[in-house]
Design a protein around this ligand. Structure first.
Ligand code: S5P
Length: 493
């Protein structure tokens, strides 16, 4: 306990816990802020943290390996591994595009190796869950995690419990506040202010991992980072981060006949895509067990390869019906899709259903098919944008399915300003065809991105119809052309 108090004071002294006024992405001001990344500059503190963690590890059931969640917990796990002679495994943040293509580094035996996860800070628990699912998908057994700092966010406990993970915390926020007050690091007023902030259900901001940015000498932020900030919602920012880190703006439209085929293509092209779009009601399933298996495998794939799942349901009804369609078994779309497509026809009320279920919305502003009404009706696109802005739903609307820009451009034509932007998803892209017999119309990758201002290209048959043995090659061709064109459009290096 004395050691933990010492740790808390040191965390404050090195600036890993800050008090003041910090603006969150959501615009809310927070009186407290965590950034544990700074601890790597303080070896003594690293040692104290590891000693405490080792005591905790000693009190848990024996494990075969430990795994630190990148980045800050990685060096902590390394120190503990060496000192306690427990081997490590590392989960890669993205799958290697070459070589063995392994996701997990280190030795393990499927179905036998038991792993303990280490994390520096827990907010929603999603990084721990993501790491757990990736490890489990490789047959590694995981049911416990340790965290240095727990922000006492109730959703985290629920999230971890739901995924069968029990969490041990070294420091909880209430204890941190007590120790800092007694140690004269903060005033009673500051403590009360943070307690009130937390009681309102707010989460303490944590330093987010920076995007791959080119820092100028004068500390100016990189272009990717400033573009990301222009996006309307943390959800679109997350997708943009994936696009930059995977160098892919390719969304695979996985319009397969069977769910097994969909999973197969996800396995082989997962590293090449930023998103996978599904039509779950167009897949054939034998029974509900298969649907459950499909959902689990798809979620694991998305976590392992770091891509977003978009269910292209094109919801188009009043809010209460939409809510049922979103949640009802057997598909239970809200459980596994990150984003869903939605028509703007019913008006803004139905957007509440998606907000309640925390789903990112991609609104259909225009279609690719011959004679589609949204493209013909005057102002349809403009009204769709106004609907989002006037109803204050920018935080859940990730972007638009469209053949031309809706609102401000991220960096293409008319871009460069500071206005809030939405991502543009453009389907009807093929390098092999100009259309089909049922009204679909195609443009090339470069045309979609450089002429029509797409940020994300949606490609289905262009890849699928190349045949199983050519899926990877075709996906790589679209990824490469798409990324080159996006770099050109956004003037990335
Ligand atoms: O306007 C549209 C909107 C969508 S979401 N045109 C489209 O083609 N789509 C979807 O994109 C369509 O439902 C299909 O899943 C995919 C295009 O597939 P492809 O095989 O023609 O590339």
């Amino acid at each position: 306990m004395a050691k933990v108090s010492e740790l808390i004071l040191s965390l404050f002294d090195v600036g890993a816990v800050k008090f003041g006024s910090f603006k969150l992405k959501s615009g809310i001001q927070s009186p407290i802020y965590f950034d544990l990344r700074v601890i790597i500059s303080h070896p003594k503190l690293m040692q104290t943290i590891c000693e405490i963690l080792e005591e905790v590890v000693g009190g848990l059931k024996a494990v075969d390996v430990i795994c630190g969640v990148p980045y800050t917990a990685l060096p902590l796990a390394t120190i503990i591994s060496v000192r306690k002679n427990i081997p490590m495994v590392i989960k890669r943040r993205e799958q290697k595009l070459y070589g063995t293509g392994k996701m997990i580094e280190g030795e393990y035996t499927e179905g036998q190796t038991k792993c303990l996860i280490l994390e520096d800070v827990v907010t929603t628990g999603s990084s721990i869950v993501e790491t757990t699912l990736a490890l489990r998908s490789h047959g590694i057994l995981v049911d416990e995690a340790i965290v240095v700092l727990n922000r006492n966010y109730p959703a985290a406990d629920e999230n971890l419990k739901k995924n069968g993970i029990s969490l041990t915390s070294v420091v909880k926020v209430d204890q941190l506040l007590d120790v800092l007050l007694n140690g004269d690091r903060i005033t009673l007023k500051q403590k009360v202010e943070v307690e009130k902030f937390l009681a309102e259900g707010q989460t303490i901001p944590e330093a987010v991992q920076p995007l791959k940015t080119e820092q100028n000498g004068d500390g100016e932020e990189g272009i990717e980072s400033s573009l990301s900030k222009k996006l309307s919602s943390p959800k679109s920012q997350k997708l943009f981060d994936i696009i930059i880190s995977k160098q892919s703006n390719l969304c695979l439209s996985a319009d397969c006949e069977t769910w097994q085929e969909l999973i197969s293509i996800g396995e082989v092209v997962g590293s090449k895509i930023c998103a996978m779009k599904t039509h779950v009601d167009a897949l054939s399933f034998q029974d509900p067990n298969e649907i459950a298996l499909f959902k689990r495998k798809l979620a694991e794939l998305a976590s392992e390869h770091n891509f977003v799942i978009i269910e292209d349901r094109k919801f188009a009804d009043i809010g209460s019906t939409v809510m049922k369609q979103l949640t009802a078994a057997p598909f239970s779309i809200s459980e596994w899709a990150h984003f869903v497509t939605v028509h703007s026809i019913p008006g803004p009320g139905m957007l509440k259903a998606f907000k309640e279920k925390d789903k990112g919305v991609i609104l259909i502003a225009e279609m690719s098919s011959v004679g589609n009404l949204p493209s013909i009706l005057p102002d349809y696109k403009k009204k769709t944008l106004e609907m989002v802005e006037e109803s204050g739903n920018e935080d859940i609307v990730v972007g638009f399915v469209s053949q031309s820009r809706v609102g401000s451009s991220l960096g293409g034509k008319g871009g460069g300003g500071s206005a809030t932007c939405f991502l543009q998803f453009t389907p009807g892209v093929s390098l092999h065809s100009t259309g089909d017999a049922l009204g679909q119309q195609y443009v090339t990758v470069r045309n979609a991105i450089l002429e029509r201002d797409a940020d994300v290209i949606i490609v289905g048959r262009g890849i699928l119809q190349q045949g199983r043995e050519k899926w990877v090659e075709a996906a790589e061709q679209y990824r490469k052309e798409g990324w080159e064109a996006l770099k050109e459009k956004l003037q990335l290096k």
